[in-house]
Ligand binder design. Sequence first.
Ligand code: ATP
Ligand code: MN
Length: 153
Amino acid sequence: MYKRILIPTDGSDVAEAAVDHALDLAEKYDAEVHALYVVDIDSVNFSLGTEQVDRLKQGRFDEMGELKEQADEATGVVAESGAERGIDVVEHVSGGRPHKLISDYAENHGIDLIVMGSHGRGGVRRALLGSVTERTLRSTHVPVLVVDYIDED
Ligand code: ATP
Ligand code: MN
């Protein structure tokens, strides 16, 4: 049923809560696991200069210092949890609009399940679902498992 599972992560606790669900399914179905962090171009536009934005658009992540470190740390957490269970994780970082790149990645890599958090770094529960999750649900045909941190044991 599930051959390739995608875990989009923004490094938040809620996204990490989704990781256990994803890895458990991966184990049962002997699926490949992919972790994706998207450097959000809209938020970067606000806080950084044109130089950083250009680097991001050109995919020159290695020159992006702290932003790249944050991204690597987020996918690294997924990779480490995978390693503890003997599951290899394909780590990927890209720059753009998160929901768009999540659904594109799913389509381009034959992903058959996306596992993500109900909320993320935005944290404040002013909405039932975070905007990235809501938009991902609207833009992909791939099944999405949404994990709510509060429902965790
Ligand atoms: P908002 O961003 O609307 O203020 P939020 O931060 O609480 O709200 P989302 O951003 O929708 O909620 O995060 C929900 C889930 O979406 C996260 O748990 C994570 O799985 C995924 N996600 C969010 N941002 C990214 C990102 N930049 N790259 C990859 N995955 C992301
Ligand atoms: Mn967010």
